[in-house]
Design a protein around this ligand. Structure first.
Ligand code: NDP
Length: 488
């Protein structure tokens, strides 16, 4: 039996406004990444649980869509307030779920989820169509309508945030949601569902079911589902996109990346190093938009590497529940194995290890922050998403060269440029193939700005007013004010 069950939720799933169990589902152990201990035991959803969740969502959605946007928004904003009031408790849970330091989760997870609920709650009352004047007094009008039941599929790096980034715009537009967290981090989304109920959301509006890929696939393929929003890897994205396409469903795909961070000689060195740290080591490097290919112009390269290594020496690696800790473990043994495999590969292929690279001699899935220099474009560590704390420094000489090299990838999620030359900053960022771009900073994702990728990194955008387009569709109505002219 597990040694501690202090994170054990009342049951595995949250359906129709209440916790629900079906112990015949496959057992799913939740592991605290800092110790390797089992902290909760859940069960994957059975077909009966999946059916129950979809039936509840289908029913709830019909009534929810009849409310005014202002009424819907009021409930979402109330949920945001509850999340903020409970930020500490939710952050402790998120830290247990993911292993991310409390120092981070206190400011980046429930708070970011609350931002989404507040922002989309605020927008809900203003979602309207438009009036379109036409010749002869005819006109058309548009009505913005919900899609129906939306399915959210989450990755394990930001379980609370992902549950809200998908749920908030969906509910604001009048949809219901069935959310499946990653089986690695199943706890936090249950709290989001609980809080929504407490805030007044009708039973069945936001449901959480647990399980592995097949549970996600069953949801995606169900005819009751109108839209699928996935945060995950590119291979999973391709599968989910294909399954959704076979039913002509709407999709949003937030997938992986291998994003370029370009640092010119004239950049502010401290800011550039700070950006590289934010873009490679926050959440132990498990962030999709990370700028893991750090292109550094030759004139500043040695100073950059030296200062980066000095500042990495200030990282406090330890118990993620201690607020002094600034760098925690990876999420799982399997993720640790994947990342150490890439570190071995980097060394075998001739990259120069200048910092870290080793596992820590302690329980849990700890790895040192790691920096490679002299990385070339063809090396595996420069081409594949590692999803761990591994930064690669690549040298470059001039602007045209770095733009071409930065774009030479299947991915296109994010990109950053550090320079004090105003026109160069805009010129370069304008030519990089990426959806979420930064000038003189990195990896900020305010709810007001669209977030998402181009090329293999995704389809559609989360956050911002733009997300509304991905959770609603327009009906247009032509109104004739004149006799009908027919040819015969
Ligand atoms: P996965 O792609 O493995 O899984 C994502 C989710 O999809 C999980 O809930 C998973 O369940 C589920 N799933 C897997 N197979 C199927 C299927 N056939 N049908 C339906 N659902 C399925 O991603 P990870 O959880 O490993 O997360 C890491 C990846 O996520 C990285 O590549 C990263 O870049 C990306 N990511 C992207 C972000 C973005 O916004 N662009 C943000 C964060 C992460 P299960 O876990 O049980 O397999």
């Amino acid at each position: 039996m597990p040694q501690t069950l202090k994170c054990q939720p009342p049951a595995s799933h949250y359906i129709d406004g209440a916790y629900v169990e079906d112990a015949s589902g496959e057992a799913l152990d939740v592991i605290f990444p800092a110790t390797g201990e089992v902290i909760a035991r859940l069960h994957a959803a059975t077909p009966a649980i999946i059916d129950k969740a979809l039936a509840a969502a289908t029913r709830a959605q019909r009534d929810w869509a009849k409310l005014s946007g202002t009424e819907r928004g009021r409930i979402l904003r109330r949920a945001a307030d509850i999340m903020r009031d409970r930020n500490h408790e939710l952050s402790v849970l998120e830290t247990h779920d993911t292993g991310k330091p409390l120092q981070e989760t206190l400011v980046a997870d429930a708070t970011s989820g609350a931002d989404a609920l507040e922002y989309f709650g605020g927008l809900a009352g203003s979602l309207t169509g438009e009036h379109i004047p036409l010749p002869g007094g005819d006109f058309a009008y548009t009505v913005r309508e919900p899609l129906g039941v939306c399915v959210g599929l989450g990755a394990w790096n930001y379980p609370t945030q992902i549950a809200c980034w998908k749920g908030a715009p969906a509910m604001a537009c009048g949809n219901a949601m069935v959310f499946k967290p990653s089986e690695t981090t199943p706890l936090s989304a249950l709290k989001v569902a609980e809080i929504l109920t407490e805030a007044g959301a009708p039973a069945g509006l936001y449901n959480v079911v647990q399980g592995w890929g097949p549970v996600g696939a069953a949801l995606v393929n169900d005819p009751r589902v109108a839209k699928v929003s996935l945060t995950g890897s590119v291979p999973t994205g391709k599968k989910v996109y294909a399954a959704a396409a076979s039913h002509m469903k709407h999709v949003t795909m937030e997938l992986g990346g291998k994003s370029p961070l370009i640092i010119f000689d004239d950049a502010n060195l401290e800011d550039a190093v700070g950006g590289a740290i934010l873009g490679n080591f926050y959440s132990s490097g498990q962030v999709c938009s990370n700028g893991t290919r750090v292109f550094v112009q030759k004139g500043i390269k040695e100073a950059f590497i030296q200062r980066l290594c000095e500042r990495l020496g200030d990282a406090v690696i330890g118990d993620p529940l201690d607020e002094a800790t600034s760098f925690g473990p990876l999420v799982s043994q399997s993720q640790l194995d994947i990342v150490t495999g890439y570190i071995d590969k980097g060394q075998q292929e001739g990259a120069r290890l200048v910092y870290g690279g080793k596992r820590l001699n302690r329980d849990g899935f700890y790895l040192e922050p790691t920096v490679f220099a002299d990385v070339t474009d063809d090396m595996t560590i420069a081409r594949e998403e590692i999803f761990g704390p591994v930064l690669s420094v690549l040298d470059f000489e001039d602007e045209a060269e770095v733009i071409a090299r930065a774009n030479d990838t299947e991915f296109g999620l994010a990109a950053g440029v550090f320079t004090n030359d105003l026109t160069r900053a805009h010129r370069v960022i304008g030519q990089i193939e990426a959806g979420s771009c930064y000038i003189n900073t990195y990896n900020l994702a305010p709810v007001e700005a669209p977030f998402g990728g181009v090329k293999a990194s995704g389809v559609g955008r989360e956050n911002s007013k733009n997300a509304i387009n991905h959770y609603s569709e327009l009906r247009s109505v032509y109104v004739a004010m004149n006799p009908v002219e027919a040819p015969f």
